[in-house]
Unconditional design. Sequence first.
Length: 258
Amino acid sequence: MSRALRLALLLIVIGCAYLFLARPYWFPAGVSANSASIDHQFRIAFWVFGMLFVVGHFVLIFVLSRKPRTDGKVSEGSWRLEATWTLAVTIIFFWFNISGERLWSSMLPAEKQPGEIEVEVTGAQFQWYFRYPGADGVFGRTDAQKFARPDEGNPLGIDPGDPAGRDDILSTSMIVPVGHSVRLHLRAQDVIHSLFIPAMRFKQDTVPGIEIQSHFTPTQTGNYEIACAELCGMGHYRMRAMVRVVSEEEFEKWLRSH
């Protein structure tokens, strides 16, 4: 039984190592300014925890291979080994925590940048909505409970009495110009959703009653998938959309057409 268990553990380690070494990178190509630093963080995590996984299993296999003692004594272990192992895990944990916090902070928007594009993103069961301020640069007030009429073209509940909202642009796709910082105002109408753009290395929850701001800067034109990474109901699978990254001229043309 012990031999079969050791063989099974060995096969698990070899199989897992093969999956990571044969295809070490599972992400789509990164197309945002933060992609390289986020990918670097993931690579470090994969190697560190991958090595710990392999070493831990080989230690387990070694322990299972040892013959039981015949003198009736019970091993008391080594407090030095346990202290060293605990300290090493603690250092690794805090290093990832600190480096991850710095990376996360770099994704939070600071002061508004010249040429920055503002997009309000609203998650609603089961659709993403993207709103742009009009020529006045100001979003109109919204009251979903009072004014939301999806069948009348007002799914977000934009207040018809607010002049700032009359030139707002509403879209079911996110259209942004390449090379410009995009400031996102994230909202949710009903339950928690999560805006996930794999190619931008972007994921952020949208929470009812809270506006969360974040940003990314696209570096390559193209169409990129948006998904909801939070189970939000029976129609969760339908919460898909696209980010269209276009040239600045095409973006201006799109704004004028709306």
